[in-house]
Design a protein around this ligand. Structure first.
Ligand code: MN3
Length: 198
């Protein structure tokens, strides 16, 4: 079965003014579509692999044919990371998490503000293209970053939140001001969705 570009649950302009419509349009209809098409192209000659889930492909990169390992890592990672990313943001997002996720953030980072600082620092320090993540690892929340389209799912980690810090995610509106984009991202984080992944 071919992988399909997911449909967004909101319009391209729904996250304005935090994330602009043009960025959303190009990011989804060009970048994410590109990863999806390239992933399908890489798997074309391998019908058995087409029946696997994206999670299992990314968890078994070492077992893939060498000819497509890099393509699946990059484009499969891009397909998967963006699929999660669109679900993690919402026009009704922002604020703070509630319930068990907030309790765990307080437990593992000291406070929500400390978590936010740690997450932003990881996103700012990621040199070049990549992602910053909030993951659950052995029952503990951690902030990590990954280069390119590498995904924590390849390491078997549970992803709770992630932010795309490739320049294509913010350059049209924020140019080199990645920190401003990160503040804007926090205005649209869907904490209910994050809590459901926790
Ligand atoms: Mn992207």
């Amino acid at each position: 079965m071919k992988f399909v570009l997911p449909t967004l649950n909101y319009a391209y302009d729904a996250l304005e003014p935090h994330i602009d419509a043009k960025t959303m349009e190009v990011h989804h209809s060009k970048h994410h579509a590109g990863y999806t098409n390239n992933l399908n192209a890489a798997l074309e000659a391998y019908p058995a692999l087409q029946d696997k889930t994206i999670e299992s492909l990314l968890q078994e990169l070492d077992q893939l044919p060498e000819a497509i390992r890099g393509a699946v890592r990059n484009n499969g990672g891009g397909y998967y990371n963006h699929k999660l990313f669109w679900e993690m943001i919402s026009p009704s997002g922002g604020g703070t998490p509630k319930g068990a996720l907030m309790d765990a953030i307080n437990r593992d980072f000291g406070s929500f503000d400390r978590f936010k600082e740690t997450f932003k620092a990881a996103a700012l320090k990621q040199f070049g293209s990549g992602w910053a993540w909030l993951i659950a690892d052995d029952g503990k929340l951690k902030v990590v970053s990954t280069p390119n389209q590498d995904s924590p799912v390849s390491e078997g980690k549970s992803i709770i939140l992630g932010v795309d810090v490739w320049e294509h995610a913010y350059y049209l509106k924020y140019q080199n001001r990645r920190a401003e984009y990160l503040d804007a991202f926090f205005e649209v984080v869907d904490w209910d969705k994050a809590a459901s992944k926790f």
